[in-house]
Design a protein around this ligand. Structure first.
Ligand code: NAP
Ligand code: G4F
Length: 352
């Protein structure tokens, strides 16, 4: 950690043609994949991290250690979306060409418990960053991490033309961030894009989101670490894609000639129940023997069906999803089996 602390305040050489990106939420699922993508394209990446009493940089650890990324330029800066003056100071120092704003309280269920905090960080946090851009007058391109949750109760399929109908404090905060981003584009000519991303998952997905909760449970049950898996609504349907492909769409939006708003989705929807079928089925287990419903995981208002139409992104950006639902589940289950040392043993057993 001492190196990382050093790099946080390291003097940075701003000369030369290298593109600089500033990424909020760099320690999250998407931030880590995006940082990797940008570094592989030769960017200098500056990430915002929160001060924490324990390590929160696990997902970006490899970016320091991977020998193929030797000489990598990843700089981390302490900060928080609740602190606007710090954001402006940081932008002045970093002078980024592109900003990817992913930092947020991103858990829908938690947003019902912490609505005011979620509005502040996930909603007003975006305004603070936009104001920092306006104040510093840096000619930057800006990406806002919008969400399919904004569609909420709107009937599927949902596209850029579908009116928002948010069903949680999180979704309402994201709607605010969406429109304030549009407003800064129209008022100040900022090159600003909203990605409206449908659910995307990976082995790096936070452990309290339903897909990762299930893939970890499969591994934990097989290794004797866990007996039961407690879940909420199994009927909800989501359009689940693969996170590394989705962060590529963020980058593509900022390379386009014109700023715009884009739905990013797979165009397929599956229920939580189907995810259970597939994940437990991969290792020959019957989920019904292990899953129990705990009402505490129900939400005061649910989003029943999300199904995205990403044809605008396909036509304008050339972006198409590649990983199908079954492959996504397999990638996640295999990674969690690997983490408990059971991958080869279990997969051999199932194929015999
Ligand atoms: P995630 O794994 O929960 O990561 C969230 C990131 O935001 C983490 O780096 C977190 O830092 C940081 N953060 C939280 N509160 C903050 C604060 N007060 N100040 C600064 N940073 C803060 O989320 P994700 O899945 O990567 O999603 C990235 C973004 O896309 C989020 O804005 C999310 O709402 C949005 N989104 C996600 C999906 C999806 O399916 N994954 C779909 C649509 C939109 P710590 O590591 O310190 O907690
Ligand atoms: O995995 P989830 O918590 O994801 P959710 O609510 O769809 O939100 C995620 O995707 C959004 C994009 O649409 C992002 F904007 C957001 O930041 C986040 O990444 O829940 C998915 C579904 C819900 O319907 C929920 O009610 O799974 C249901 N579910 C059933 N049991 C559960 C559980 N969700 C969680 N987290 N935990 C459960 O035990």
């Amino acid at each position: 950690m001492s190196d990382r602390e050093g790099s946080t305040n390291a003097a940075v050489n701003f000369d030369g043609p290298t593109k600089r990106a500033f990424v909020t939420g760099v320690t999250g699922q998407d931030g880590s994949y995006l940082a990797e993508l940008l570094l592989s394209k030769g960017y200098e990446v500056h990430g915002l991290i929160r001060r924490s009493s324990s390590f929160n940089t696990e997902r970006i650890e490899t970016l320091y250690q991977d020998p193929h990324l030797e000489g990598t330029r990843l700089f981390l800066h302490y900060g928080d979306m609740s602190d606007g003056s710090m954001l402006a100071r940081l932008l002045t120092r970093v002078q980024p060409h592109e900003i990817y704003h992913l930092g947020a309280q991103s858990h829908v269920r938690v947003s019902f418990d912490m609505p005011e905090y979620t509005a502040d960080v996930t909603g007003i946090g975006t305004l603070r960053l936009l104001e920092a851009i306006r104040e510093t007058e840096i000619p930057v391109r800006f990406y806002q991490a919008g969400s399919s949750e904004m569609f909420g109760a709107a009937p599927p399929p949902q596209s850029e033309r579908t009116p928002f109908y948010p069903r949680s404090p999180y979704a309402a905060a994201k709607v605010y961030s969406h429109w304030i981003t549009v407003n800064y584009r129209e008022s100040y000519g900022l090159f600003a894009c909203n990605g409206i991303l449908f659910n995307h998952e990976s082995p790096r997905r936070g452990q309290t989101f339903v897909t990762r909760k299930i893939s970890r449970a499969v591994a934990n049950i097989l290794s004797g670490r866990q007996e039961k898996l407690y879940l909420g609504n199994l009927d909800a349907k989501r359009d689940w894609g693969y996170a590394p492909e989705f962060v590529e769409a963020m980058w593509l939006m900022l390379q386009h000639d014109e700023p715009g708003d884009y739905v990013i989705a797979t165009g397929e929807t599956h229920s939580v129940r189907e995810f259970l079928d597939e994940a437990f089925g991969l290792v020959g287990l019957d989920w019904q023997s292990h899953v129990e419903i705990d009402p505490k995981y129900y939400r005061p208002a649910e989003v029943d069906v999300l199904l995205g139409d990403a044809s605008k992104a396909r036509d304008a950006l050339g972006w198409v999803p590649k990983t199908k639902f079954k492959d996504l589940v397999r990638i996640m289950v295999e990674a969690d089996l690997e983490a408990v040392g059971l991958r080869d043993k279990v997969l051999q057993g199932v194929s015999n």
